[in-house]
Design a protein around this ligand. Structure first.
Ligand code: PEP
Ligand code: MG
Length: 754
């Protein structure tokens, strides 16, 4: 074999380019170790994949086309471990990934060796055998030596630019437009452009010829838009959770009672013609939202402009738009509004692409409620030329492919099939208990409120509501909602989940969540007037909310109250006194109210160090890992400049959770986790290992987390947790947990759509 090796090395060194070198390696290696197949996959960090670059034995058409995501399959395992993987029966290995394009139907034996240079894995050299075969030590070292030789050729190709050229040729076929993920999922469909119906910006200034007539036609146009919106809301029927229907109510409210109408009429009375008056008042209103700090509220400006365009359309022509929607409609527009979205029949809507906006836009929120993929902020699209084109919308990675090549279509079709298979598999878990393999139950609750998740699925599948963020009903109004409005809001949730518990968190404003009618100007809002601090300084607001919660709970008694942003013990004492006071008042007024359980959010470091005192005072604790991470790591969770530093899988976050759980145990106070970490399948074994009593998450995570929980025994989870707790940074924890889930065959859960 030594002679063969020498000959191959000699030939590789003499090869004119990398392509030739790869060809020599695969051909000679296959012959030398008498394998059926020999292939080389090279690592491409840009596309985060291993790309098949040479093969003998497999379908050669697959070269350059088959891309294995970095951490998937046996090839991914070889690269991750930077060690050979040698198995006689590949298909039984938990990391095995079946690939159709290469035509590898009948292969059993697998040997993969990493191609390494300077500790970096550059690719994987693979040999396959039709029969079950474990390759011998000599064969393994033979491939190792060849791989080392190849590493030199790859590095040379890198420095000469040859490798880049190879990669770009295949990437040319995969060119995509980059945006932001707005709603997860992938869709292939036909573009329908959401045109601006009328352009307010080009309306000129003119004098009104007849003020009364102008006012009259303006009011008629407004009435027609109200009727349009009612119709659209009706179209959505029960497809849209009631919380999101509030958007349409808010739009109608803007048109019925808001200053938008009176302001326009005042401008007409000042002498402006109706279209000009409309343009001015819409711009004034939209600007108020444009200038808000909160991204969610800033996005409301596009709703206001959309309303303006609709009114203008009625003023200008009065002809409603008739559009033929194809079966897989991908709605594309410069500023797709929630109302335009509502015009597409739900069954035909495949995806949404918008050149502006972000994941906080209403349209993205609605897309998530519909479980339709959305890509936002794809700024380089020429929307006007896209009508009827085939597109791929990748809501996982925020990509849009226009008229994609068959190779790309094939890849995405496979991804869609995988997604479908995954959700079919997940649906088998509906209704079963969330417990570890040794019977430890960890109930999963639903997070809802800010983004509506009260769909049928969430109601059926969760153990109740673990976190209802009461900010939303406060945010979509123009003043603090009265007690009665709050009661009906809370009761809707309580009734939907009865007899399961509903944890209502008291108003958590400040920080990144200001109310439009209650401005808080601070230079350091995250360390300022937030959450419970605002409520205690405004007992009238807090008491109204508590009264509404207690009254909504009459006859049900399933509510629990959760206090946000607690940093000092006296905040809990004062809150408890106020809750008691509201209860006494209501009893005196003759209401059959009951004292609910009260809990505290653990989301600032000082709370972590006061668990004993807190747990003695309240009935439960809920760890808000979103804020806790930002305060522990001193990273603003919304600041893109430091976004790389924000990671809730950081070992210090895990250590803080450990401290909370262990201390709370002494007082028998239950602990739940309700931040994003709770819904991350990667973290589920850690939550089990740490001994968290329950988790609360958005509905999309419920089955994935359940699957992971049902795959681990508590003892195994504890071992993993003990190791993770000792790690030094978040990437170590993430890689480690990816490996742990991969080993359990759960890799697909953590790399959706890949
Ligand atoms: C948290 O901080 O983890 C949390 C759940 O609260 P919010 O995200 O609403 O601040
Ligand atoms: Mg929080």
């Amino acid at each position: 074999m030594l002679e063969t090796l020498r000959r191959i090395i000699h030939e590789v060194n003499g090869a004119p380019n990398l392509g030739q070198a790869l060809k020599i390696i695969v051909e000679s290696a296959r012959e030398a170790i008498d394998a059926n197949v020999c292939s080389v996959y090279l690592t491409d960090f840009d596309t985060q994949s291993h790309i098949l670059r040479a093969t003998v034995g497999l379908n050669e058409d697959a070269v350059g086309k088959v891309k294995l995501p970095l951490h998937r399959g046996l090839v991914g395992l070889v690269a991750e471990r930077a060690e050979p993987v040698n198995v006689d029966e590949a298909a039984t290995h938990p990391r095995y990934l079946f690939i159709t394009e290469t035509g590898e139907t009948h292969y059993h034996g697998f040997l993969g060796v990493p191609i390494i240079q300077n500790r970096k894995v550059l690719g994987v050299l693979v040999a396959r055998q039709k029969e079950p075969r474990r390759f011998g030590d000599e064969e393994v070292t033979f491939l190792f030596t060849l791989a080392a030789q190849l590493a030199g050729a790859i590095i040379h190709a890198q420095s000469s630019g040859e490798l880049e050229e190879i990669q770009q040729t295949s990437q040319k076929q995969r060119r995509f437009h980059r945006g932001q993920p707005g709603s997860p999922g992938v869709a292939i469909g036909q573009v329908v452009v959401a045109y601006k119906m009328a352009d307010l910006d080009v309306v000129p200034d003119r004098q009104s010829a007849d003020i009364d007539k102008d006012i009259n036609i303006f009011q008629q146009a407004v009435d027609k838009v109200i009727a349009d919106i009612k119709r659209l809301k009706g179209n959505l029927g029960d497809k849209l959770p009631s919380e999101d229907q509030a958007l349409f109510d808010a739009l109608m409210m803007m048109l019925s009672s808001d200053t938008l109408v009176t302001r326009t009429i005042a401008l007409i009375r000042d002498g402006h013609w109706v279209q000009g008056a409309l343009r001015m008042s819409i711009e004034e209103h939209a600007r108020v939202f444009d200038e808000m700090d909160d991204v969610y509220l800033r996005e409301r400006a596009s709703d206001v402009r959309d309303l303006g365009r609709r009114i203008l359309m009625h003023l200008q022509s009065d002809t409603p738009l008739e559009i033929e929607y194809p079966e897989n409609t991908v709605l594309v527009g410069d500023d797709v509004s929630a109302v335009q979205l509502a015009e597409v029949p739900v069954a035909k809507l495949a995806a949404i692409v918008s050149t502006t906006g972000s994941s906080s836009s209403h349209v993205a929120i609605l897309a998530r409620a519909f479980a339709v993929p959305a890509v936002m902020g794809v700024s380089d699209l020429l929307v006007g030329r896209m009508e009827n084109q085939t597109v791929i919308a990748d809501g996982y990675r925020g990509r849009v492919y226009l008229s994609p090549e068959p190779v790309v279509l094939g890849e995405y079709q496979r991804m869609l099939d995988e997604d479908r298979a995954l959700s079919d598999e997940l649906s088998g878990l509906q209704g079963v208990r969330c417990e570890s393999t040794d019977g430890i139950e960890v109930p999963l609750y639903l997070n809802t409120g800010l983004v509506s998740d009260i769909g049928k699925f969430g109601v059926q599948e969760s153990a109740g509501v673990g976190l209802y963020r009461t900010e939303l009903p406060f945010m979509i109004r123009d003043r603090f909602p009265a007690e009665m409005i709050q009661i009906s809001n809370y009761r809707r949730v309580i009734q939907a989940f009865h007899p399961r518990p509903v944890v209502l968190r008291t108003l958590d404003i400040g920080g990144d969540k200001p109310l439009p009618y209650f401005p808080i100007e601070e230079s350091n809002p995250f360390l300022g007037w937030r959450g419970i601090r605002v409520s205690l300084d405004h007992p009238e607001i807090f008491l109204t909310q508590i009264r509404a919660i207690l009254r909504a709970d009459i006859g049900y008694h399933t509510v629990k109250i959760l206090l946000p942003m607690v940093s000092n013990i006296n905040e809990v004492d004062e809150s408890l006194l106020l809750i008691q006071r509201a209860l006494n008042e209501l009893e005196e007024e003759g209401f059959a109210v009951k004292m609910p359980e009260v809990g505290v959010m653990i989301e600032v470091p000082s709370a972590v160090y006061q668990i004993e005192a807190l747990a003695r005072r309240v009935d439960f604790l809920s760890i808000g890992t979103n804020d806790l991470t930002q305060y522990l790591l001193a990273v603003d969770r919304n600041n893109s400049r430091v976004a790389d530093l924000y990671n809730d899988m950081h070992p210090v976050v895990l250590r803080a959770i450990q401290q909370v759980v262990n201390t709370a145990k002494d007082t028998r106070c239950p602990v739940s986790v309700c931040g994003e970490l709770a819904g991350n399948p990667l973290a589920a074994p850690l939550m089990l290992g740490l001994g968290v009593d329950s988790l609360s998450m958005s509905s999309g995570s419920l089955l994935k987390v359940k699957w992971v929980m049902r795959s681990f025994a508590r003892s195994n989870a504890r071992q993993l947790t003990n190791l993770a707790l000792k790690m030094e940074d978040s990437s170590q924890v993430i890689n480690f947990m990816q490996g742990a889930l991969d080993d359990m065959g759960l890799g697909r859960l953590i790399r959706p759509g890949r």
